[in-house]
Write a protein that binds this ligand. Sequence first.
Ligand code: UDX
Length: 446
Amino acid sequence: AAPAPRISVVGTGYLGATHAAAMAELGFEVVGVDVDPAKVEALSAGKVPFYEPGLPELLVRGVESGRLRFTTDLAEAAAFADVHFVCVGTPQQPGSNGADLRYVEAAFEGLAQHLTKDALLVGKSTVPVGTAALMAERVRSIVPADGPRVELAWNPEFLREGKAVQDTLAPDRVVVGGASPWGEELLRRVYAKPLATGTPFIATDLPTAELVKVSANAFLATKISFINAISQVCDKAGADVTVLADALGHDVRIGRQFLNAGLGFGGGCLPKDIRALMHRAGELDANWLVSLMQDVDEINMWQRQRVVDMAVEACGGSVLNRRVGVLGAAFKPDTDDVRDSPALNVAAALHLRGAQVVVFDPEAGETGKRSFPALGFGTSTEEAVQGADVVLVLTEWPEFRTADPVALRALTTGATVIDARNCLPAQAWRDAGWTYRGLGVAPVQG
Ligand code: UDX
């Protein structure tokens, strides 16, 4: 049999670091490349520079086996690998909804300049549709006609933070766009393990592959904003959105996941991806999607305002000099990621209105403090709740769900809890003497 392809991973953020470690775990020789020497140094020492369950173990195994190493030198990766995965970020452009493609361009151009042997360049980053074809064009213009065989394919990544390792080792599907039979064969070898267990392999063209990823995120965001819009109706009509979502979820065509009403979506992907899609659809004059995504985005941002308003109301009309306890800073549990975090957005809005905010998060205290140095951060649930006029649960960490409402009640005066993720056992909190408020959950009558 032909020797196993050697792999490079360009960009070692959440996606790249996980992908590189997973490829080494599958038995491949892997080099990870990043422009940031600090990241390379940390990863080389087996340290993951962010919180991701299971990844440190995987990384250490890879590094210790000798199959996984990291470098800042793209030329080294170009000389080493047969398959190059481009995993760099595509952040939102400042002052626009469009995606900033400079890192993607730099990765493909840099690789193309250094290649001296046959290579398959595989884009994994989430990009506006049409980007892959542009990159293929650029690569073709750089690699000399009599040079090595260099091809491009697109292989979007669907991993979730907090579940990145399992999503990478056992993906729901493998989507490959634009690969020649040679490229497809290489990728089938790279993904041989998951494919052997029946993971669907979908081979398609470049634009379809790019769009699968973007539409998956757009659909998930739409589901969340849909249930949040319904939760507003529930509030007005005295209905309970959690019971409603459970009942809807039994319809397999709908499904229960991503129907949790609450503070809405944040993080490094969903918000910027729907905005980039809105922007790109506008350029393509595909206007229904523009207005649909605008509504999804607006509903999502409105949820944050809704929670701020609830906190102000709980404090009798003003939070000026009131103590607000905030439980949660990460954009969701099981991560220390605070990019576009709804929780910190709400905490900061209350701080701006003059509240004394103390935030606690089991993992995201440090990253939170770095992004919002003006906010107070505590080191325990008790510290955040102590003396609070109102307590807000903004990220549904298990330790908040299972906190003892009786013990916490003794620490406060105001005793209103706003459960912005509908994650607490409401009755237990009421029984402990709290005024409980959720989003779209009927207040108890009488
Ligand atoms: C998402 C996609 O799920 C993943 O497939 C893609 O590769 C990257 O973007 P991630 O950003 O890690 O992953 O988070 P996800 O678990 O999707 O949650 C996104 C946000 O939606 C979180 O802020 C979460 O709190 C919120 N959410 C999720 C809800 O508000 N309600 C829900 O029912 C589900």
